[in-house]
Structures are given as C-alpha cells and as structure tokens.
Design a protein around this ligand. Structure first.
Ligand code: NAD
Length: 468
C-alpha cells in the first residue's frame, strides 16, 4: 500500500532524521544508529503434502547497544526485507523509550498461515527455528523473538520447545522467546498486553488536558467515538477494554473483508466471535464492504491496529479523527503524519503506543531467568501484614471495614496484578516524558518527534558509554 509512495523503512528513517537534526548528534554515530546492523535471509525446504516447499524467512538486528535484542516474528505473505528492517529499527527506539533493556530486532516468515494445516505450520515453524538457532538469531542471551501479526502463543511454544531440544543443557531455555502460553513459561497478561497498553496510553493522554485540547477534545474517554482497524490480538483487546472499562463507543471496526458500523457502539465480544466463526466481518449487522469510506468516517479517536501504511498522502486529507493512536507499527506514513498534524490531529506514535507488548515480554523474560512467578514469595506475607493493620485500625476506631473493601485491601498481589501495575507505570511514565519533551521546545512539532528524540538520546548515551 505505502510502497507506491514512501516505503515503511523510508518513513521510519525520515522520522529518525527529523529527530536527529534536533538532538544534535555526530554524523558518524547518527549513521551507525540509523542503519540495521545485519539482516539475515534464510531459505529452507520442508517436505509437505508429498512435495518440497521452500520458505523464505528474515531476521533483522537493528541495534545491539543492549543485548539480547528483542522483537516479534510475523507470518505474512507480504513480508520483505524493507518491512523487517523498518520494524527492527522501531524495536530499538521502542525499547529505549520504555526502558526495556534490549536492542531492536524483528523477524518474518513469508507465508499465509491460513493456507496451511496446524500440523504443517508446526513443522514449518520448527524448521524456521532451527535456521534461526544456527545463527544465534534465537537465544535467551542474544536474540529473543515474540509474537506479531499472524503468530501467537502457539507458535512461540513450538519455537521454545524446538530451541530447548537443540540446547538440552541450557538452564534458561524458555527465555529464548516471549509471548508463550503460561503453562510453557509464559506470563499472565502477555496476550492482551499490547491492547492493554493502548488503553493505558489513552488514559494517560486524557490526564493531559492540554494535549487533548490540541486535538479538539475535552473530558474523558467516556462517550468518545472510536474507529478500530484490525480486530486481531491488539485491536480486539484495545477495543474490548476501552468499551467495557472506559465507556468509549466503538462506532466502527474495519477488517480485511469490509467493515461494521454501529453509532451506538459495537459489541466487541460478539463481533470477535463472528470473525472467529466466519473468517471475517462479512454478514454481521451493520456490515459494509466500503472499508476506505470508513477510514474517513467522523470519530474522535482512530486506532489503526492492523498493518503499516494504511494512512498515506492519498487518504490523509479525508481522515477526520481528532486523535490517532498507532496500535499497529507504521500505519501512518511520514508525509501523511505531517498532513494530519497541520489540521490539528494529535498522533500518539507507534514506538510508544504499542510498547505494552515488549514491556510485558520483558517481565516474562525476567521471570524465565528468575525461574519464579512474580508475587510468589511476598503475596501471603503482604496479606498477613495488611490483615494486621486492618485489625489494628478496627480496634482503634471501634468500627469495621466493609467486607468488599477488606477483600480488596487484604489480597496480596497476584502475578497478573503485578504485570498490570508494571505495564501501567511504564505507559504513564512513557507518555509523561514524551509530552513534556514535545512542549519543552517549539521546534519539536509533535509527540512522534519527541519520542524519537528521547530514544535517540538514550541509544546515543549507551553507545557513548561503550566508547563508540
Ligand atoms: P493479528 O494478526 O492478530 O491481527 C491483525 C488483524 O488485522 C487481523 O484481524 C486481520 O484480519 C486484520 N487485517 C489484515 N488486513 C487488514 C486490512 N487490510 N484492513 C483491516 N484489517 C486487516 O496481528 P496483531 O498481533 O494484532 O498485530 C497488529 C499490528 O500490531 C501489527 O502492526 C503489529 O506489528 C503490531 N504489534 C503487535 C504486537 C503484539 O503483541 N501482537 C505488539 C506490538 C505491535
């Protein structure tokens, strides 16, 4: 889509250049950080259906200023080197911004998963893992993949298992990938982490009325009309949480086969069930096949959560959203971004907005290396201490706490509570620093440039400490 105008990689690099001009960085280091350190293309054969099929996979390592490097693996028939390098670069900037101690990487397998049976996908994934492992492109100490478009817990479990077979004497084999099922070393709250992070990011944005006013809005998320593009992992969770917990109205969902419109608010659970049963939104109440017109529908907030390059210079003028939060990577091209900004639209950029996934992946990796569930040691001790305090207060004032308050107060934190707390803290802190940066200097045009500047400054400092 974007490839006819500016490629995804060009868009990321133009944002980088704009930020680098403002940061003031030596030409040498600027070039070093901008380009990918390496990109491997692997081609491997798998015998399936009585025939040998050759598959093409990529793993790009953008920056190794911190190791391991981290980034998802997507399964997509459209994946190519340009896309993988753009995504790997975004991972470096994203990790630096949310202080996840990783460099950036990304991978892809050129495949349409819907064309293969589950047992075939497993064989392909295991062969791909072997190719990656041979080159240390999957390793708990050097390169840690995660799910992305077209992959999920299932693929991560296969990868971890294959890596474990190849490295039977490794003490921490489960740390080689994140986004695994909980019964295979995963962490509670990872599946929904990116969508949950989008919700927390929006909540924090609405705690900054000055930013919300620039977008032409007031008040809270309650009653705000939202268009969501892509009801996959990220889009589904963001839409579900915002509608169920914040009172936002999901007025339109755009999917690969059309869109659904309901100005009173779409029931996200019902629509998701319809998509799972039917493979798309076709046939659901309020269905239209005119997805392009839906991007131009009136709304307060748009959440592109499908893919890159969906808002370009050819349709940016028609987009009416007051705020866009980039749940997907690279949905708004560099040129479209400028056009939207000129008419007052505030864009919460991908490198911050969808960082919830890597944040919780970081917690999962720490859990795998620590070999213990978060909260396991302290939960009951905290429960006991709070019980003591409640008893003491009740004795002193001669009154009893309502039971529902006691239940909440006394329960020590579960792993999920701690994951959510860490994610919320990360998303709040992230928004605060980029908003502050944006308003600190009138030459900084928007949140995206501010976020990129912060990432760049941190990576620059890291390289400088290494003496590079
Ligand atoms: P997914 O495969 O679970 O979902 C993608 C959804 O988009 C699917 O429902 C698909 O049908 C839909 N879609 C595909 N083409 C479309 C089109 N032309 N128009 C509208 N919808 C279309 O993928 P995901 O994991 O939710 O990832 C979505 C985006 O979020 C990607 O850009 C990915 O890089 C980014 N992201 C994902 C994670 C994560 O944890 N999964 C983390 C960070 C960023």
């Amino acid at each position: 889509m974007s490839k006819q105008t500016e490629t995804f990689l060009q868009s990321v690099e133009r944002t980088f250049d704009q930020a680098a001009d403002l940061v003031g960085i030596s030409q040498g280091l600027r070039h070093k950080i901008k380009v990918a350190n390496s990109t491997y293309t692997v081609r491997f054969g798998v015998r399936l259906r009585g025939k040998l099929y050759t598959f093409v996979g990529y793993r790009s390592v953008h920056s190794e200023h911190m190791e391991p490097v981290k980034g998802g693996i997507r399964y997509s028939p459209h994946a190519d080197q340009d896309e993988v390098e753009a995504l790997a670069a975004l991972m470096s900037y994203k990790c630096a911004l949310v202080e996840a101690p990783f460099g950036g990487s990304k991978g892809a397998l050129v495949i349409d998963p819907s064309e293969w049976e589950v047992h075939e996908l497993e064989r392909i994934t295991r062969r791909f893992t072997q190719e990656l492992a041979k080159r240390s492109l999957i390793s708990q100490a050097q390169n840690v993949p995660a799910p992305d478009m077209g992959t999920g817990e299932r693929e991560m479990a296969w990868m971890a298992d294959e890596y474990k077979r190849l490295n039977p004497d490794d003490l921490n084999p489960w740390a080689c990938v994140t986004g695994k099922p909980v019964n295979k070393g995963g962490i509670r709250g990872r599946v929904e982490a990116t969508g949950r992070g989008v919700q927390y990011a929006l909540r924090e944005a609405f705690r900054h009325p000055e930013d919300i006013e620039i977008a032409g809005m007031t008040g809270s998320l309650e009653g705000k009309r939202i268009i969501v593009q892509g009801l996959g992992n990220v889009g589904y969770h963001a839409a579900k949480f915002l509608s169920e917990e914040d009172g936002s109205i999901i007025s339109c969902v755009i999917e690969h086969d059309g869109a659904v419109i309901d100005d009173d608010g779409i029931n996200i659970e019902e629509l998701r069930a319809h998509i799972i049963a039917n493979g798309g939104v076709t046939g659901y109440a309020g269905y239209t096949d005119d997805s392009a017109a839906c991007l131009a529908k009136d709304c307060d907030i748009m959440i592109p959560a499908a893919m890159e390059g969906v808002i370009t210079k050819s349709n940016a003028d028609s987009v009416k959203a007051k705020m866009i939060i980039e749940a997907a990577n690279g949905p708004v091209t560099f040129t479209a971004d400028q056009m939207l900004r000129d008419r007052g639209c505030v864009i919460i950029p991908d490198l911050y907005a969808n960082a919830g996934g890597v944040t919780v992946s970081y917690f999962e990796w720490v859990k795998n290396i620590g070999h213990i569930r978060f909260g396991r040691l302290q939960r009951r001790q905290e429960e006991r201490k709070t019980n003591l305090m409640v008893d003491a207060i009740e004795q002193m004032v001669g009154k009893t706490f309502p039971q529902n308050v006691i239940d909440e107060l006394v329960a020590g934190p579960t792993e999920l509570d701690l994951v959510r707390s860490g994610l919320d803290d990360t998303m709040r802190a992230g928004y605060r620093v980029i908003s502050e940066k944006w308003h600190s200097d009138e030459r900084i045009p928007d949140l995206r440039t501010a976020a990129m500047m912060i990432s760049l400054e941190r990576i620059m400092d890291s390289y400088n400490s290494l003496g590079i």
